[in-house]
Design a binder for this molecule. Structure first.
Ligand code: PEP
Ligand code: MG
Length: 540
């Protein structure tokens, strides 16, 4: 039995088989010394890649339509491109292994495409890198993407946000990553899905773990591989106790979120994708307080069209059956990168071109998204909020863009609902300017994840800084109180949608500060309602 630990990001007990996921290939095999043999390996890997792509094309055409499937057609064509094949061949003849030759050729071709003037050709850089990565992975005997057949426990070095969107969510029993932090997006995803997970786990993912039995204890931050009978018994007991607590929480389903003294608060849920609405409803959320819409832009090769976005929002609005959804406009940049945006490499991405800054710089991207949101607003209650606001001028600029888009849509005869426009308060500047900003918008939603990062100058992604990342810091609490006061002075509502909203030790403080809404992972709504119903806080 192997016993190890990690930092728990969601409690619970998971038992299942290990599935090791490795993104990219760390070290490529060197040549066996015979170019003819390497060439044969390449040809065989190419055939497997073509078969995999053909299966994906068929599946994509059936689920997402021909247009999406064409993207993969392009990748299949690349595998028959003569220049591409000549380059691989020449490298193999010069002593490279098949994997090295494909990797090198893929990188060179990608760089050439990326440097082209034409936007369409630039976007092909991602395709060539993707298809080359597929062949390299096959040559290295690894898996491509997530090929889980049975539900299992996913172990990885780390998962990028674009990898998380490709995960077969119904197959994951738990996440265990060697990197990551309690505020990383893998951790956030684990909380949305309600599965026990560990980050910063001490685990050797290179040892032969695939398929072995594993238990993850998300209460204590421990894991067991090949657990013995005694551990299995103890863990099953623990799981039964947790299930019993869950049953008690069920008595709060459908209840009003109101303190003993009559103070009401809205308990909403955070989601990333339309399919998460199911989790939100299961968790008994009263609405969606944060839809991280950038996930619709990740894990793909090109911008989503207005219709694709509209369909995603429509799914959410219709799924919520009259409950409100607060859609945050895309917060790409920093840790959430999509290659086809072609953003320059930055020294400090968290302080770089991200969130609303991208939308201001790229009005066309913003326009497509806002049109889709406005169209969805005709179908049910929709609010929209803008991330990473730091200044009043940004809000005014965005509002001016929104008005233009609305006017153009009205001229086209399109229906638009009564949309609330709000902002996220997640920079210290926005918190300090809350009084002025409150006069410009319909609501505030505080993003404590980033507000903590920027107020304390502590990188939320850096696992070794977890001890310094202190969301209870008095500076932060002072800002939170002032933001709520400023919102109410201007007669607008304010909520919290960062991870801190779910912290039960803070619930009374937030109610006392006057917060009107708390938006948390779907799985946290019922425990938060229990806490609110047991609270003694009076109405403001
Ligand atoms: C936040 O910063 O608190 C927030 C809710 O946004 P994200 O975690 O997506 O940056
Ligand atoms: Mg944020």
């Amino acid at each position: 039995m192997i016993v190890g630990n990690g930092h728990p990001v969601f409690s619970g007990i998971a038992m299942g088989r290990v599935y090791v996921y490795k993104s990219g290939q760390a070290t490529l095999p060197t040549s066996c010394g015979d170019p003819a043999e390497e060439k044969k390996n390449f040809e065989a890997a190419k055939l497997v890649a073509l078969e995999q792509l053909q299966a994906l094309v068929d599946q994509t055409a059936a689920t997402l339509g021909e247009e999406q499937a064409m993207i993969l057609d392009v990748q299949m064509m690349m595998l028959d491109d003569l220049d591409y094949l000549d380059s691989i061949d020449a490298m193999i003849q010069n002593g490279a292994s098949a994997a090295e030759a494909v990797k090198e050729t893929g990188d060179t071709f990608a760089a050439t495409f990326a440097a082209m003037e034409d936007a369409y050709m630039q976007a092909r850089a991602v395709d060539v890198r993707d298809v080359s990565g597929r062949v390299v992975t096959i040559l290295c005997g690894g898996k491509v993407g997530f090929s889980m057949e049975e539900p299992g426990i996913l172990i990885a070095e780390d998962l990028t946000p674009s990898e998380t969107v490709q995960i077969p969510k119904d197959k994951i029993l738990a996440f265990v990553t060697r990197q990551g932090s309690s505020n990383s997006h893998t951790a956030i995803l684990a909380r949305i899905m309600g599965i026990p997970s560990l980050v910063k786990a001490h685990i050797d993912i290179d040892s032969e773990l695939d398929g072995r039995m594993m238990i993850v204890d998300g209460f204590e931050g421990r894991y067991f591989i090949d657990p013995d009978a005694e551990v299995i018994r103890l863990m099953e007991e623990k799981k039964n106790t947790a299930d019993e607590y869950q049953r008690q929480l069920e008595t709060y389903r459908g209840k009003e979120s109101i303190t003993k003294q009559g103070r009401k608060v809205k308990l909403f849920a955070n989601i990333g994708n339309p399919s998460d609405v199911e989790h939100a409803l299961k968790g008994d959320a009263e609405g969606i307080g944060l839809m991280r819409s950038e996930f619709l832009y990740l894990g793909r090769n090109d911008f989503p069209s207005e219709d694709e976005l509209f369909n995603a929002y429509r799914q959410v609005v219709e799924g919520l059956q009259g409950r409100r959804v607060v859609i945050r406009t895309l917060d790409i940049g920093a840790d959430k990168q999509a290659d086809y945006f072609h953003l320059d490499k930055e020294e400090n991405p968290a302080l770089g071109l991200r969130g609303i800054r991208i939308c201001i710089r790229r009005p066309q991207v913003f326009r497509t998204q806002m049109r889709a949101i406005y169209r969805a607003s005709a179908l049910g209650p929709v609010s929209v909020m803008f991330p990473m606001i730091a200044s009043v001028w940004e809000v005014r600029k965005v509002w001016e863009m929104c008005q233009q888009i609305r006017e153009e849509m009205i001229q086209e005869g399109l229906d638009i609902g009564d949309v609330e426009h709000g902002i996220m308060i997640e920079t210290p500047a926005a918190a300090l300017m809350a009084e002025q900003l409150a006069k410009e918008v319909d609501f505030f939603s505080v993003g404590t994840n980033d507000l903590t990062q920027y107020t304390l100058a502590v990188d939320r992604q850096n696992p070794s800084l977890d001890g310094f990342y202190d969301p209870y810091h008095p500076a932060l609490l002072r800002l939170l109180r002032e933001v709520a006061e400023s919102a109410h002075k201007a007669g607008i509502w304010c909520g919290i949608c960062g991870e801190l909203a779910a912290d039960l030790t803070m619930t009374d403080t937030f109610l006392d500060m006057g917060y009107d809404e708390l938006s948390v992972s779907p799985t946290r709504v019922l425990s938060l309602r229990k806490k609110v119903c047991e609270s003694e806080v009076y109405p403001k």
